[in-house]
Design a protein around this ligand. Structure first.
Ligand code: HEM
Length: 374
């Protein structure tokens, strides 16, 4: 298909073919993963240059020799044992929030399950696993959403300049932290990675490591609001929370597409793919491939094929935060799904036009039963 600026892309939807591309990083390279889908005008590039903005290949867009080592250091910080150690803390925090939200609902007032529950949780957990710059949560969220829009949305010049200023400003903060910060930044420095690479890794982690998950929590809660039978089965202990999370990832992935670029002429399925072709892997569609899942559009936890989604990608660049994202989602489903009983949705999530990220903006519900005095 041809996109909004006239660039042609090969869109891959079938599960087997998406997997085939992801599994072959030599032939289908990840180099274009973070390229701006709307080419930046000189004015926006100047703004970024003014902040000494650079995004060298580090993780998702790195097909070079440094990738395995950088990935290894990041994976260590997100080791399953370290993730498991955060579970009790997160459960207590979510429980406290859910109790407050329950009281608000019982008082007849609306609650926003994005702003009041999901938005900052992943960042708070990430900050306990990885040393991050001492910036207010709101500033990090704004920067991350600006980055997702700047690189993945169709935009006009003015908006690009405004977003470039926002992203550039925070990049500057990261640059200072990368030079002096402890934890992951210090480990990357000690392994001999230059400052640009340390900044690039932190930049990607701050975006990919929290914004994706808060989007997913919001989308999953919204989906569950419309799945009373699943909630009843959860209550009765008839379905496992982990199966609900997997089915959520399959049906409501926060990352809808991911890109690769063909390194050589070849054939994919029965389509000729010339070298240099931009390939858009429609991960969300692959999760609904009837060749893999029995009831592709239905939310059936544990059904055949439910776990075979590609929401986290596959192969050498597969998401290193999957264990963390799954843990966070499991805690939120276990603790917050009961809030959805007896509510009505007054504001479903609205998702802006974006090639890759869903970016829901709000999810507001209210109790169906209003107190007698209102
Ligand atoms: C529901 C939440 C999440 C989803 C759906 C998701 C999805 C993805 C996808 C599709 C990729 C590209 C995979 C590929 O190219 O094959 C990716 C890469 C990555 N993700 Fe996630 N992610 C999530 C949460 C996280 C979290 C919580 C972290 C870390 C705290 C994280 C860190 C990364 C990193 C570092 C990469 C690059 C890996 C590499 O290139 O080696 N992600 N993720």
């Amino acid at each position: 298909m041809t996109d909004h600026v006239g660039v042609r892309h090969l869109v891959v939807t079938r599960h087997a073919l998406v997997r085939q591309v992801l599994a072959d990083p030599e032939r289908y390279r990840p180099d274009n993963a973070l390229d701006a889908v709307t080419p930046m005008p000189v004015t926006a590039l100047r703004v970024l240059a003014g902040h000494r903005f650079r995004l060298p290949p580090t993780l998702a867009n790195n097909s070079g020799a440094s990738h395995p080592q950088i990935r290894g250091i990041v994976a260590d910080a997100l080791h399953p044992a370290k993730v498991a150690a955060q579970r009790a803390w997160l459960t207590a925090l979510v429980r406290e929030r859910v109790a407050r939200l329950r009281a608000t609902l019982d008082a007849g007032a609306p609650v926003d399950l994005y702003a009041d529950l999901a938005a900052d949780l992943p960042l708070l957990v990430l900050a306990r696993l990885v040393d991050l710059p001492d910036a207010p949560v709101g500033a990090v969220k704004e920067f991350a959403r600006a980055a997702l829009e700047l690189f993945w949305a169709p935009l006009d010049d003015d908006r690009q300049v405004a977003l470039a200023a926002e992203v550039g400003r925070f990049h500057h903060v990261l640059r200072e932290f990368a030079a002096t910060g402890g934890g992951l930044a210090a480990e990357l420095r000690a392994a001999g990675h230059p400052p640009d690479v340390v900044v690039g890794a932190l930049f990607f982690l701050l975006v990919a490591g929290q914004e994706t998950t808060s989007q997913f929590l919001t989308l999953l809660l919204h989906r569950l609001a419309g799945e009373p039978a699943v909630r009843a089965a959860l209550r009765a202990g008839d379905v496992a929370v982990a199966d609900v999370v997997e089915e959520g990832l399959r049906l409501e992935p926060p990352i809808v597409t991911w890109r690769r670029v063909a390194a050589a002429d070849g054939v994919l399925g029965d389509t000729a793919v010339p070298a240099g072709t931009s390939i858009v892997l429609w991960l969300a569609r692959a999760g609904r491939d009837p060749a893999v899942v029995d009831a592709p559009d239905d939310f059936v936890p544990g059904q055949r094929g439910s776990r075979r989604h590609l929401a986290f990608g596959a192969g050498a660049h597969r998401c290193v935060g999957d264990v963390l994202a799954r843990m966070e989602a499991a805690v939120v489903v276990a603790e917050a799904a009961p809030l959805l009983d007896g509510v009505t949705v007054i504001r479903p999530p609205w998702c802006p036009d974006n090639l890759t990220f869903r970016m829901p903006d709000a999810f507001v519900v209210r109790s169906v039963e209003r107190p007698a005095d209102q």
